[in-house]
Every structure is written in C-alpha cells, then in structure tokens.
Ligand binder design. Structure first.
Ligand code: PLP
Length: 449
C-alpha cells in the first residue's frame, strides 16, 4: 500500500471498518474525511473547506496548527518525549507554577491527567478522602466525562447507559433562566437562586454525607447555561456552611472560552477544586488538570494522594500547555474573545429579531447557545428533550445545511452551540452570521410543518 492509495473513499472505509467512533452506532461512514486544518478552518479530502465554529470539541481554542504551538511540541519531543511522573521535570513544574499564577484565589497545586473525565474522577475522590463523606451532588444538565464516575456525575441522557454507575450521586437542578429546570416554560425560575433549592436537597440527603458539589461553571454541552449573578456565590456559601467541597468543572468553560482565564472569575468565586482540559493546551496533546486550594494542599502534605497515571504530567502535554498559555498572552486572546463575543452576540440578536424560531440567545465570550422553539410564547422546544430519529431531524437539518455552506456547528437537543476558536476574526464571525441567518431562516419557514 502506498500513501497514494489513500483517497477519500479508502480513508472513509478504513475508519468505518476499523475505528470505533465516540457516541455513535458503528457501521456508517464518518461525516467527512479530513485532510488538514489551519487557523479557524479545516479542509476535507475533496478540497472543501469549513469554518470550524465548534473548535472541534470546544478544545482547539487557538485554532488548527498554530505554528508556535506546533514548534513547542516538536522542541519538547526532541528534548524529552517522556519522563515518569515521579521525577521532577522542569516543564511540569513550570506549568504547575504558571497555572498557580493564573488560577483564582488559593488554587495553586495541580494533578495532571490526560483529559477532563480523569480530572473530575480525581477531584471527586480527593474530596471524598478529605471529608470522609461518601456522596456528591451534581446537576441534571451536565456532562463531566465518560469514565465510570464522571459519567455517573453526568446528568445528561448519556448517563442512562452507564449501568448503575458509581454510588452516592445526588442530582439537583440547573440555573436554567429561560425555563424551569424540567424544560417547561416559566415566568419565574426559583431554582435559579441556587441556594434554596440546594439547601432543600441537602436537608433530605443529610449534608454531613455530602463530600462535594460539582457544577460546570457555565454549562457547555447541555445548552450553554450561564448562571445568573449571585448563583455561584450562593453555592459557595452553602458549601462553606456545611463543609462541602465546591468543584467547578471548567473543562469547557475554562482558559479563555468565556473571556476570562477561568469562568468563575466573572463572579469572583473561588472553588475548592477546579478541573480543566481542552483549552488549557488547545487540545494538541491530551491533557487535563485538577487544581486544588489550601484545604486540599494541607491534607495532601499530611496524607498520601491515592491517584496516578502513566501519563500524568506528560512532558509533551505540559510543553503544549505552557506554549498555549504564552501564546494567549502574546496574542491578547482574551481581548479578542471579548470583542468577537460582542460581535457574535450582536449579530445573533439581530438574526433573532427576524425569526420567531429563536427563543433565546445566551452566552459569554465565545461560548454561545441559540435555543430554538416552535413558538416564542409557549416556548415549546423545536425538538423534544432527548429526541432521536425523525423527532430530532429539525435540528440536524440546520446543522447539515450549515455544513453544506461551509460552516461547522453542532446542536444539543434544541440548542445550537456556537464556539469558534478564540483567534476568530471579524470576517469569520460575519461569514458565520450570514450562514446562520440563512439556515435558521429556512428552519423558521419550516417551523410549523
Ligand atoms: N467536563 C466537561 C464540562 C466537558 O465538556 C467534557 C468534555 O466535553 C468533559 C468534562 C470530559 O472531558 P474529556 O472528554 O477530556 O474526558
């Protein structure tokens, strides 16, 4: 076999026959065969190009093939491709120190993993070890990863297929301002207040049995839910009152996505543990991190940390994160996120004026959701929650229409997710807005079908 044999068809066939793709029934071809990417764009093997308005899995924050990031990884692999986590290695320590400088409050010590799920696994276990308590509270509209405990923490329908999962997960509702938590319309949303609802649940569960409350600071996959002001502080206060760890999962929201290094910074709240991945190093090498504050540090210097991985703090991952953080500063990425976020927000609100199908536009920075409804007054969802097959088709059609026009977006239930790379330009935002106007407009015309 020569490389020349690998035309589009051959690539699709090999993928279909030999690769198990995430979250899908197998035996079907992938959406496309991809040859390469550059900046905010990627190309299929037939030469068509797409604006990556998802940043792949909301992880390629610096876009495709950032030259300085590629160079840093190449330099590191030449110098030291791997060294076991038991040894002190400059690049690991330097990354730990840099994170300590950027992280809020007293968060200053990190355990490095190979992704977000493992960071959450370790955060949960550490909170259980330190508090000696067995249970954890997690929200319904959440995704925390696909390992056993992380999927048990996950509230979205993917956890249904995780068997009984790990014991001790207690579920609570989300700050879903546009709707009641059950997805039905409401003028008021009492649980948006956070504390009263959580305190209710705690009363029934016995707060002395709860090790941690884990939340996505800004909910990502499950609808881009931005908490109202005061929510996060109220959760912090409840945690303090009962000695419960507050774990903020910033795997998607962290490292610039919302226009701050950490999403918690918008509300000046310091969690006990923050988990990161994705944007921490722009996804060029698998990496996650659990970063802890003083309460954990005090315990960790007195006790053993019961966790570890062959690839904990992999030098290539550490080098890519250090380079990514450096590039973010050099290129004023946070400023760009705030500026382009405003441009995107204004454009989406303009589009919403034309089409009844848009129920809600929400987000922060370059972390946006557009919630689609059949009727603005009743807020009936364009597709029912967790719809599959024909019932889900109206949303899939919009995503497919955008793809046909060269725009890569995604949808979760009835919410379109718009998460471009943080390097996105004015022209690219405008390109996306033109296509969004077209495909949402077409869906609006079909709305009552
Ligand atoms: N937490 C959140 C908020 C996520 O969005 C994700 C992935 O999408 C994860 C955790 C899991 O991260 P990973 O896929 O790297 O394990």
């Amino acid at each position: 076999v020569t490389t020349d044999d690998w035309d589009t068809e051959r690539i699709l066939e090999a993928d279909q026959r030999y690769v198990i793709r995430s979250w899908s029934q197998q035996g079907k071809p992938a959406q496309a065969a991809i040859s390469h990417g550059e900046g905010s764009w990627f190309w299929d093997t037939d030469g068509r190009k797409y604006l990556d308005f998802q940043s792949q899995l909301v992880n390629l924050n610096l876009g495709h093939q950032h030259p300085k990031l590629v160079e840093a990884i190449v330099d590191q692999v030449r110098q030291m491709a791997y060294m076991g986590p038991g040894f002190a290695v400059r690049v690991r320590g330097e990354l730990g120190e840099r994170i300590a400088q950027l992280a809020p409050g007293d968060l200053d010590m990190s355990f490095f993993t190979t992704g977000g799920a493992e960071a959450n696994e370790n955060a949960l276990r550490l909170a259980q070890h330190i508090t000696g308590r067995p249970k954890v509270m997690a929200r319904y509209r959440s995704y925390h990863g696909a390992t056993a405990a992380a999927l048990s923490l996950t509230g979205d329908p993917r956890h249904h297929h995780n068997g009984p999962g790990v014991p001790g997960v207690v579920r609570f509702h989300d700050p879903y301002v546009y709707r009641t938590p059950s997805g039905r319309p409401a003028d008021e949303c009492p649980v948006c207040l956070g504390a009263p609802h959580i305190e209710d649940v705690l009363q029934y569960e016995d707060p002395t049995t709860i090790a941690a409350i884990i939340i996505e600071t800004v909910t990502g996959t499950n609808g881009i839910l931005v908490p109202p002001d005061g929510y996060l502080q109220s959760v912090r206060d409840i945690c303090d009152k009962y000695g419960i760890f507050l774990i903020c999962d910033e795997v998607m929201a962290g490292y610039g996505r919302t226009g701050e290094w950490y999403a918690v910074n918008h509300w000046n709240v310091v969690p006990d543990i923050v988990t990161s991945a994705k944007g921490l190093n722009s996804g060029y090498v698998p990496l996650g991190a659990m970063t802890v504050g003083q309460r954990s540090r005090d315990w960790l210097v007195e006790n053993k940390f019961w966790g570890g991985q062959t690839y904990a703090g992999h030098p290539l991952a550490a080098a890519s994160a250090l380079a990514s953080l450096r590039i973010m500063e050099e290129e004023n990425i946070l400023d760009n996120v705030r500026r382009q976020g405003q441009r995107l927000d204004a454009g989406l609100r303009r589009i919403a004026e034309s089409y009844e199908i848009i129920g809600d536009v929400r987000g922060k920075g370059l972390f946006y959701g557009v919630e689609l409804v059949r009727d603005r007054t009743t807020k009936e969802m364009l597709v029912p929650f967790n719809a599959t097959g024909a019932a889900a088709a109206p949303m899939q059609r919009i995503v497919a229409d955008a793809w046909q026009r060269g725009l890569y977006i995604s949808a979760n239930n009835n919410v379109l997710r718009l998460t471009p790379p943080l390097i996105v330009t004015d022209d690219e935002i405008d390109f996306a807005l033109v296509i969004l106007d077209e495909v949402i407009g077409a869906a609006d015309a079909r709305r009552k079908d």
